[in-house]
Design a protein around this ligand. Structure first.
Ligand SMILES: Cc1cc2nc3c(=O)[nH]c(=O)nc-3n(C[C@H](O)[C@H](O)[C@H](O)COP(=O)(O)OP(=O)(O)OC[C@H]3O[C@@H](n4cnc5c(N)ncnc54)[C@H](O)[C@@H]3O)c2cc1C
Length: 459
């Protein structure tokens, strides 16, 4: 790393953390809490990523939801683990929660402000603003995320001996709350299972005729040409449909796979009744609060790469959004991750340089919570090595350990990013018959495994 020119060089840190996103902020905090002098290098606002909008640490660039908080769901299990391991980011998220049914969603501005305040005022952390262009000498956590700057990506590629992998994700638009027509759109949670009495989501109901017209317009709408996009961000990596991340497909791509795929996917109407008709709509777009005041709403599952003017035109065909104003349009972005099974140990150390840890989306872990968890592991293990203790491998029965096992134990020839799910946990010895009972058994086993790890000494 070159010390950014406008920042005075200070004493040598015990650990350098590159990237002040979800993973880097958590890693820096965990290491500093264990007594290390940490230098956290974040390139914003000196250089931005194209997706981030502020200079704050831990800025969430797309959805404001961290996933289901129910104790027997995969994100819920991970949340419980992060809470027990005293994750700073989970604590900030809980403090900044907005109503979102069974999910933990946050006011993104308050969340990022809370993390920035906590990390920025920690006496063991020196926050440096500037782009790291090389992996530095000495202990380091690299957590520069899916939009790692090209210079650092090249340095990482050199160190790993691998070409970076790229693929393409898309983000959903956000509309202003006061531009939603509430005589058409109605407030409700699916099956009335929400945190608030009136319902946590605003729902835009489609008749089958409205749905057909919408699909026609969506399929015919002009997209941002991929080639220009690729050249703009990384010099021409080819992106056919196969290079999208399946969990985050643009709706126009999903719709092109079958006219009803949206009605069975992000627009499924189950558990909802239109109060105007008393009937279940043919399809529904749900709008989720972006902030506690309800000034902005996210179009749930509506990631898109349509031209902005086309988004204005096509999305205003959605019942309830005829006069919608867009606080943010949907966009596509690059994702960057290394071939984890080839280059990483289950401690998140690089095989080629054991004093370098990777954390966050760069490792191939998907999802906000998973990225926070890898930051926690890296910060904790960096501190252990500094004190002469061996780094820890989290038990595979925990969701934290299962994520790391899934990325480091994958087949390197077919490596794809991994998200928290019950399916990555080792099978139960004696699985109960019912789905819910099985999920509860996984959750109980994960809690016991983490309890045993924490009881074995300070992590
Ligand atoms: C547009 C977009 C939409 C996404 N939508 C979702 C979503 O809805 N849900 C979800 O779970 N995940 C989503 N993701 C993935 C999301 O980025 C991760 O889940 C999470 O933010 C990754 O955490 P991270 O710490 O690895 O990276 P980030 O949170 O991106 O943090 C990396 C940080 O490193 C900084 N940085 C980069 N290069 C350098 C450098 N050379 N020197 C210094 N600093 C540097 C960046 O400015 C950034 O602050 C999305 C990603 C993008 C880009």
């Amino acid at each position: 790393m070159d010390a950014p020119s406008d920042v005075p060089a200070s004493r040598t840190p015990d650990l350098t953390v590159l990237g002040g996103g979800l993973a880097g902020s958590e890693a820096a905090w965990q290491a500093a809490e264990r007594g290390l002098r940490v230098r956290l290098v974040e390139m914003r606002p000196v250089r931005t990523t194209g997706a981030h909008r502020t200079d704050r640490l831990a800025e969430l660039v797309c959805s404001n939801s961290l996933g289901s908080a129910l104790p027997d769901r995969a994100p819920g299990i991970l949340m419980a683990e992060l809470r027990r391991m005293d994750s700073l980011l989970l604590r900030c998220a809980s403090d900044c929660a907005v109503a979102a049914g069974g999910a933990l969603a946050v006011d993104r501005d308050r969340f990022a402000a809370a993390v920035t305040a906590a990390v920025g005022s920690h006496p063991g952390i020196e926050l440096v603003r500037g782009e790291a262009v090389r992996i530095p000498e000495g202990p380091c956590v690299v957590a520069t995320g899916p939009l790692t700057s090209p210079a650092l990506a090249a340095s990482l590629a050199e160190l790993t001996g691998e070409r970076h992998l790229y693929f393409f994700d898309a983000i959903a638009p956000v509309v202003d709350g006061d531009s939603i027509d509430r005589t058409v759109a109605f407030q409700a949670s699916r099956y009335d299972r929400g945190a608030t009495e009136e319902g946590d989501y605003i729902n835009c109901p489609f008749t089958s005729g409205e749905y057909e017209a919408f699909i026609d317009a969506l399929l015919a709408a002009e997209r941002i040409p991929l080639k220009g996009f690729e050249q703009a961000i990384d010099g021409g990596v080819r992106a056919g449909e196969g290079t999208y991340f399946e969990g985050c497909l643009p709706i126009e791509v999903l719709a092109s796979r079958g006219r009803e795929s949206l009605a069975f996917g992000p627009m499924r109407p189950v558990g909802l009744r239109d109060p105007r008709t008393g009937r279940r709509p043919h399809a529904v777009l749900q709008l989720r609060r972006e902030d506690a005041a309800g000034e902005r709403y996210n179009l749930v599952g509506f990631q898109t790469n349509l031209r902005h003017a086309e988004q204005d035109r096509v999305f205003r065909m959605i019942p309830g959004l005829a006069r919608a104003t867009f606080a943010r349009h949907g966009e596509m972005h690059r994702n960057t991750f290394v071939n984890a099974p080839r280059i990483l140990e289950p401690t998140l150390q690089m095989r080629a340089r054991p004093d370098v840890f990777l954390a966050g989306q760069l490792t191939g872990v998907e999802g906000y919570l998973g990225n926070i968890a890898t930051g926690l592991i890296a910060g904790c293990n960096a501190a252990r090595i500094a004190s002469g203790a061996p780094p820890l491998v989290w038990p595979a029965e925990t969701m934290t350990g299962a994520l790391v096992a899934a990325i480091t134990g994958a087949d390197p020839a077919y490596f794809q990013p991994v998200k928290a799910s019950l399916g990555i946990l080792p099978p139960l010895a004696d699985p109960p018959r019912g789905k819910r009972e099985r999920a509860a058994a996984y959750a109980a086993r994960a809690a016991a495994a983490l309890g045993a790890l924490l009881a074995s000494g300070p992590a």
